[in-house]
Design a protein around this ligand. Structure first.
Ligand SMILES: [Cu+2]
Length: 643
């Protein structure tokens, strides 16, 4: 018997049902999002051990109506969440079930089927069988990791992902990433913090692995484009055209379709349900792998608890959260009144000066539905003590500094005017357990780069006056060429250039704007700046910034890898290796240092091995020879002889 009401329900429900059913790869439509937020499956250690097999394989991944073949951990996006405690042993068997692959080129996208696992942010040994990222687990191979967490490992939000040089971007963009949470001891937390944290109040934790795993519309460095570059046979089937007569790739590339969502635990724009006044602990990882997040939740309150898995000294309220790719933030979130709120990312004019043209994702990431009975909760006002390897180094005596180093970023993909050479090409060596003071200098006047250091966090000490140089395109001006040259702030060509630079082709005039951005004096309540004294393992180095950091090279001997966490840049060579040597041996073979002098200025007295020395003697500005010139000269000599 049809009642008027049921007919009405049918009339309204039918179009919705049919729309949902019609969408598939041949008939794409915009993603609707709106499913209830779900946590990723968690695996928790017991009796100090977590044993797990992680299998990498090609899997069919379905997101709403879209089905694609992806490289995954255990068949899903993201991989399982690991919950550990300080001192635990993480025994991971990595099984690589991927097939044969073409031979690739160093510092280009390559090796789609070779992999490894990096435990991002842990204070852990960088040697096998632990966090050695130059390990290559090839197609058909299995590797038994044995990660021994430090007894004093700080509790916090970390993650793991593939880190094979050449396929890091491709695999993370494919979805090969997972959360790694080191839980606090209940007794170390204040009542307010314990009230929103595991182990007793896990229901208040909202772990979110955020990633742009549908990166089909980003042009040059998008997942779709890198699939082509790297020779991935599992691309979208473009023999099928949609009812509108376009291929699926073309549909997904169209910005208007809104498919390029930043996913939350593999979900598109999920709904997080909270009660008015309730406080939840958002554990957010920006798995990127190339965009930064500048998050806001208009109408709700945000209290910052930790960045990159290290607690801030005192929680503070802030109306935005900036997480560069690779970074994390633990934030306590409260929405006082019932309603619908948005967790959204986007740049805005306030923060613009600190970010330049750095890529910031724009769009809604999740919805927060606030409903039900009001609750009365308080934000934490204190955080647990930090372990001694994260001691405050802001006021250490100059004489206590055990080594200094400069890392110059830019143009991408260069660090210190070189591209990545190999795993044992150590650019700087230091003694284990010494205090290190490093300066990160970004010569790029447009883009920030998020710099990541392995093994340890570093403390942000100061933002300094920018000493130069700046990099500009050869010939001056945008689009003049694809080689870069370094200039001082007066527009004069620097003495030292990077290895691939050919000064004989240069018109040493620079037309780019060399205005200094004033990073030492700007208001630091801007997204591009960390608060002084905070710890990070990924730090955005804003355009034309010079940032001083310090860290204790505690406990571990081995390679300290640093790289840009825009993984496109990393795969193309924006990575270098430094080395923590046994005490007293940093200056000895095989840990011979590269000299301790670094670029970072234009001074002719600066020496840096393997940097091209551009002799600017009077009348001899282009005196540097290179292979091509030598060949030309030899040919000329040969032809003279012939005549
Ligand atoms: Cu970069």
């Amino acid at each position: 018997m049809w009642t008027a009401a049921s007919v009405l329900v049918l009339l309204f429900a039918l179009p919705l049902l049919t729309t949902a059913q019609q969408c598939d790869n041949a008939n794409p439509c915009q993603f609707t999002g709106g499913d209830a937020y779900t946590k990723t499956a968690e695996v928790t250690s017991s009796n100090g051990v977590l044993t797990q097999t992680v299998t990498v394989d090609i899997s069919d991944v379905t997101i709403e109506w879209l089905t694609t073949k992806r490289r995954t951990y255990n068949g899903g996006i993201p991989g399982p969440t690991f919950r550990l405690k300080a001192g635990d042993n993480l025994a991971l068997t990595l099984v690589n079930n991927l097939g044969p692959q073409p031979i690739g080129v160093h510092n280009e996208y390559r090796d789609p089927n070779s992999t490894n696992i990096h435990t991002h942010g842990l204070h852990i040994s960088p040697m096998e069988p632990q966090d050695y990222v130059f390990l290559k687990v090839g197609p058909g191979e299995t590797y038994n990791y044995n990660f021994q967490l430090n007894e004093n490992q700080n509790a916090g939000t970390f993650w793991y992902h593939g880190h094979h040089h050449g396929s890091a971007f491709f695999q993370v963009a494919s979805g090969m990433a997972g959360l790694l949470i080191v839980e606090d001891e209940w007794s170390s937390m204040s009542a307010e913090l314990a009230a929103i944290s595991c182990p007793t109040n896990c229901d208040k934790e909202v772990p979110m692995l955020l990633g742009k795993f549908l990166d089909y519309n980003g042009g040059e460095d998008s997942f779709a484009e890198v699939q082509n570059d790297i020779g991935d046979p599992f691309r979208l089937d473009d023999t099928v055209t949609t009812s509108e007569g376009v291929t699926l790739s073309a549909y997904l590339t169209d910005q208007q379709t809104g498919v390029s969502a930043y996913m939350v635990n593999g979900q598109v724009r999920p709904v997080i349900t909270m009660q008015p006044g309730e406080i939840r602990r958002f554990r957010m990882v920006n798995a990127g792998p190339r965009d930064q997040l500048l998050l806001t939740i208009t109408g709700c309150e945000i209290t910052i608890l930790a960045y990159d898995g290290v607690y801030v000294d005192t929680p503070y309220s802030q109306d935005f959260i900036f997480i560069p790719t690779g970074g994390r933030c633990d934030a306590a979130v409260r929405c006082a009144t019932a309603g619908t709120y948005e967790l959204r990312s986007g740049n805005n004019i306030t923060h613009g000066p600190s970010l330049g043209e750095t890529d910031i994702y724009g769009g809604v990431i999740a919805t927060i539905e606030v409903t039900g009975a009001a609750m009365s909760m308080s934000f934490p006002t204190a955080t647990p003590a930090k372990p001694s390897y994260l001691d405050d180094l802001r006021t250490v005596e100059d004489s206590a500094i055990g080594g200094r180093y400069v890392v110059e970023l830019g143009p991408d993909p260069y660090l210190n005017r070189e591209r990545f050479t190999n795993a044992t090409y150590y650019r700087y060596n230091f003694d284990v357990d010494t205090i290190q003071e490093w300066i990160f200098t970004n010569t790029d006047e447009d883009d920030g780069h998020p710099l990541h250091l392995h093994v340890t966090h570093f403390q942000v000490i100061s933002y300094n006056s920018y000493p130069g140089p700046i990099n500009g395109e050869v010939g001056g001006g945008v689009g003049a060429g694809d080689a870069f040259a370094y200039y001082d702030l007066n527009g004069n060509l620097c003495d030292q250039q990077h290895k691939d630079f050919y000064p004989d082709t240069v018109n040493p005039s620079i037309t780019v704007d060399t205005t200094y951005l004033g990073h030492d004096t700007n208001d630091r309540n801007l997204a591009g700046y960390a608060r002084l004294g905070e710890f990070r393992d990924v730090l955005l180095i804003p355009p034309l910034a010079s940032v001083k950091v310090r860290f204790i090279a505690a406990d571990y001997i081995g390679p300290y890898v640093l790289h840009c966490h825009i993984l496109n840049h990393e795969d193309q060579g924006m990575m270098m290796v430094t080395y923590s040597a046994p005490a007293g041996q940093a200056s000895q073979s095989p840990w011979e240092s590269s000299g301790g002098h670094n670029p970072g200025t234009c001074s002719s007295t600066d020496v840096y091995p393997d940097i091209l020395q551009n002799t600017i003697a009077a009348g001899n500005k282009h005196a540097v020879s290179n292979g091509w010139l030598t060949t030309l000269l030899m040919l000329m000599v040969a032809s003279i002889n012939f005549l």
